[in-house]
Design a protein. Structure first.
Length: 247
């Protein structure tokens, strides 16, 4: 996406945020014949597993746009900020805020949970930790991205393989944590400001084994926080429960 940060209609890049890029293995400039079909694809394939759809297709006046070969939508609501584009080549680019950092109440709750879990860590000034990331919310975000990619792949506009890139930006020293009812014994923090990677998947695997694709991505990210032995079966179960609406 070639739009400069200062020209985006919402300030999504001014705070910690996710950047997702989904593109087909073979580039065809106008594989989606029209802009109206681009909008229809989003409407048909967006993911609604919790209160906010992924990606959010705004119905508000002034929160949609289009260019020569793309459509876009954006929003800024109660701390959540996002901007996406779908090109006629079927490339999809999405920027959305790290909600633990931008939405009211998250910081205080996650800090309290972390202090409770890690009482045995002495000498940590929790107020100086720049941010906290919920393992569960992280899993849900990646699930929504991959689920959406799998649905889009089934549209027929991305034959063969699909490349999925996910970056989390602005998170140096952010600490992983989890809910009070789960066990959590170690301090895991991001050592880099940007964590991200690309995964190229055959369309049939992405569609038939979505849960495993999500789990593989989660393990990659969590290892980059220093969590070298995440419980794969627990992650898989979380993803399956979320995808089936059993949160």
């Amino acid at each position: 996406m070639s739009v400069a940060a200062g020209r985006l209609p919402v300030p999504v890049m001014e705070a910690p945020h996710w950047r997702v890029n989904i593109r087909p293995g073979t580039y065809v400039p106008d594989v989606i014949p029209s802009l109206s079909q681009c909008v229809e694809l989003i409407e048909k394939n967006r993911v609604r597993l919790r209160g906010w759809d992924y990606p959010h297709l705004s119905l508000q006046k002034g929160e949609r746009g289009q260019g020569r070969n793309w459509v876009a939508s954006w929003s800024a609501f109660m701390g959540h900020c996002e901007y996406w584009r779908l090109y006629q080549s079927s490339q999809f680019v999405h920027l959305f805020s790290v909600r633990e950092s931008t939405e009211a109440g998250w910081r205080e709750k996650l800090q309290a949970d972390t202090e409770s879990h890690l009482k045995h860590y002495k000498g940590v000034d929790w107020n100086q930790v720049p941010g906290f990331l919920s393992v569960i919310n992280f899993s849900y975000c990646v699930t929504e991205v991959v689920e959406f990619a799998a649905r889009m792949a089934q549209s027929g506009f991305s034959p063969g393989t699909l490349n999925l890139r996910i970056d989390v930006i602005g998170i140096r020293d952010f600490v992983l944590t989890t809910s009070p009812e789960r066990g959590w014994w170690h301090y895991y923090a991001a050592s880099e400001d940007v964590l991200g990677n690309s995964w190229t998947q055959p369309i049939d695997r992405l569609v038939s084994d979505t849960t495993q694709c999500v789990t593989d991505i989660l393990v990659w990210f969590f290892e980059r926080f220093g969590w070298m032995d995440p419980p794969v079966e627990v992650l898989r179960d979380d993803v399956d429960r979320f995808r089936s609406g059993r949160r």
